[in-house]
Design a protein around this ligand. Structure first.
Ligand SMILES: Cc1ncc(COP(=O)(O)O)c(C=O)c1O
Length: 478
């Protein structure tokens, strides 16, 4: 009997099909009623054509390698290229996840050391590396909190408090775990309003989810009082670590009184992640919660690294195998490379954000006029009244080889423009951005119609925002 690959044409000479299954009759192996009646319509292309297609798509894509990318809350910092080299080492890439512990000691050691490093950075006692993104970390953390109260017999704790400045994934994650969401308002300083919070507390509150610095880029100065209030109420504190790039080595969630933390390794610890690439959202917890973590945890037992599945109240697995290992390699490499300079990276990120803020305030409205951490939020309200919304400003920036900042988030700022420069950029890049933002403000005053024509230099001009995000057009066309 012939194998199914006999007769398959794998020639890749220009103009000849790359791989063609057209000639071979597979029908003999498949029941007649399951055989497709019409051609499938896949393009038949040579290797060269396929390569050109993907190169063209990549040329159209804006990335940190092309220009400034101050996308607030996303930490689009420089991702050292050596990380890529390490993550692509043969022995990491080709290791099978079912390999015995004995055969995978190097990779297990890396995961163990990363767990230890994250414990030091967060001040927590135990870590799971499984969650595949920040939002997935939130879900895992809230599942842990839910199970903790179930085991304690406090089934009444059904409410989770979320500040009105929070990222949308916070209430969504808590809701997916079956909690009821209670919103707490921010005060005039852009921070959790303590008096309002006190009024929301009762025996049904399981936890508060906070981001610190918060999504306005402001450090919650009352965080210790909040932690005391919550703990006195028998409730827990969840720390959304998306903004960890602001505080590395200066403070940690443990010192602030948090019980459960997620980190976004792809942001703070350098993995290219624009466009939704693989992420990693480890969850770190205090001692009292370690028996609820997903299994396995990597342990060192008698000088051997092992996967420990024996976790008494584990919420179960949240991801196949162990999570996105490649992102862990990058994060570990970055942490080793930076060492104590992580502290300097946060300091520079904060300095850069304050520098831009001081230069732009006055021309653009700054609703919360506070010292910021690694990012800050302007309002394009004044420019909106002059005829160009924040969306228009974002599009205009694209004509100056600059990725737009995050816009219309957080929701509590009208016409929000959220700027996070990161530590990676030179003063010259920051100055160019400042000049561009000031020029756009002048253009809006003088000739808003012209601004509304942007973007004009991008491969694709005006798009339907929603459709473009949901149905990206990536298909090969002759
Ligand atoms: C404050 C905050 N929390 C949570 C998330 C969710 O993280 P991820 O995109 O990795 O799921 C984000 C993402 O931008 C964020 O900015």
């Amino acid at each position: 009997m012939k194998t199914i690959f006999e007769g398959v044409n794998t020639a890749n000479t220009a103009g000849v099909d790359g791989v063609s299954f057209g000639e071979y009759n597979l029908g003999q192996f498949i029941p007649q009623e399951l055989i497709r009646k019409n051609p499938i319509g896949l393009p038949q292309l040579s290797e060269l054509e396929v390569m050109r297609h993907y190169k063209e798509l990549s040329d159209k894509n804006f990335c940190i390698e092309k220009g400034f990318y101050p996308l607030g809350s996303c930490t689009m910092k420089y991702n050292p290229k050596v990380n890529e080299l390490l993550a692509s080492l043969e022995n990491f890439c080709s290791l099978h996840p079912e390999q015995e512990d004995d055969d995978a000691q190097g990779s297990l050691e890396l995961m163990f050391n990363l767990q230890e490093a994250l414990k030091v950075l967060t001040g927590m006692d135990a870590v799971t590396l499984q969650p595949a993104a920040g939002a997935h970390g939130e879900l895992t953390g809230m599942m842990i909190i839910k199970k903790y109260f179930e085991v304690k017999g406090e089934l009444n704790r059904r409410k989770v408090i979320v500040p009105d400045s929070a990222h949308g994934t916070n209430p969504a994650s808590a809701k997916m775990c079956g909690f009821d969401i209670v919103e707490v308002k921010s005060n005039e300083k852009g921070q959790v309003d303590i008096e309002t919070l006190k009024n929301l507390l009762d025996e049904n509150v399981a936890a508060i989810m906070m981001t610190n610095p918060n999504t306005l880029g402001i450090f919650e100065e009352n965080v210790l009082e909040i932690s005391e209030l919550m703990h006195n109420n028998g409730s827990l504190l969840y720390y959304d670590g998306a903004n960890f790039n602001a505080i590395m080595g200066w403070t940690n969630p443990r010192l602030m009184g948090f019980d459960v933390v997620h980190l976004n390794l792809h942001k703070t610890f350098s993995t290219p992640h624009g466009g939704g690439g693989p992420g990693s959202g480890p969850v770190c917890v205090r001692e009292e919660l370690k028996d609820f973590l997903p299994s396995p945890i990597i342990k060192l037992v008698n000088s051997k690294y092992v996967r420990d599945y024996n976790i008494s109240h584990s919420i179960g697995k949240v991801r196949s195998f162990f999570g996105n290992f490649g992102v862990m390699v990058r994060a570990y490499a970055y942490i080793l490379m930076m060492g104590n300079n992580l502290k300097l990276a946060s300091a520079d990120a904060v300095l850069n954000a304050n520098y831009i803020k001081e230069k732009l305030k006055g021309v653009y409205e700054l609703p919360y006029n506070e010292s910021c951490m690694h990012e800050f939020v302007l309002s394009g309200e004044k420019q909106h009244k002059q005829g160009v919304s924040t969306l228009g400003i974002a599009k205009r920036l694209m004509d100056s080889n600059c990725h737009p900042p995050t816009i219309y988030f957080p929701l509590i700022v009208h016409e929000a423009i959220m700027i996070e420069p990161t530590e990676s950029e030179s003063k010259q890049v920051l100055d160019n951005f400042i000049d561009t933002m000031l020029r756009i403000a002048r253009e809006i005053e003088e000739n808003p119609e012209e601004v509304l024509k942007s973007p004009q230099t991008t491969p694709i001009k005006k798009v339907d925002e929603t459709l473009a995000a949901r149905k990206p057009d990536l298909v090969f066309k002759q």
